[in-house]
Write a protein that binds this ligand. Sequence first.
Ligand code: ATP
Length: 209
Amino acid sequence: SRFTVGLTGGIGSGKTTVANLFATHGAAIIDTDVIAHQLTTPDGKAIAAIRDTFGNDFIAANGAMNRVKMREHVFSDHSAKLRLEAILHPLIRAETALAAEQAVGAYVILVVPLLVESGNWRRRANRILVVDCDEATQIERVLHRDKQKDAHNTSRSTLNEAQVRAIMATQASRQQRLAVADDVITNNVDTASLEQQVTQLHVFYSSLR
Ligand code: ATP
């Protein structure tokens, strides 16, 4: 199977930015958040099961999952969260495996925001790459995130500082992520520093595959 680098990091740490830089070196990018989103669009493979399990109330008029309603539901009901995950997780794993087989590129960068939190992914990666960033910078970047760039991502709402902190509290700590990292990119400074670190790692990954 393809040489695969599992890329993770906290909210706003720079995962997407780093993945895009690897793409410029010819790596194939697979993002589990993008796959999860596709599964719940109007023709998505998870829609039938979501309708069967949660009812039509959770399907929007256009046939997609009603994300706002589902987010509120699973936030207040843990068993509902588990039921949703039981639908989505096997589909995400299958779609990811398919995408990795079909991917065109020197190696695969698999972006998994919750890689550390959900242990299953770790076994699927040859290397684990963590984007590390101090928490104040993380918060500032999410608050100032380029809204234009994110316009395509309808599941993403504008967050305030308290909401960002609440999300960070549910995620693994920097220490927990660094403990499982094979490689680390530090993203506290500018994009020039990021480019340099990505170029070095690209040379390294090209030698390993
Ligand atoms: P999320 O977990 O929320 O999806 P992410 O980890 O993918 O976020 P990005 O979207 O790559 O993070 O970065 C968050 C924001 O910070 C973006 O607006 C991005 O352009 C900006 N950013 C990332 N790295 C840098 C940097 N080194 N200098 C300046 N801005 C940066």
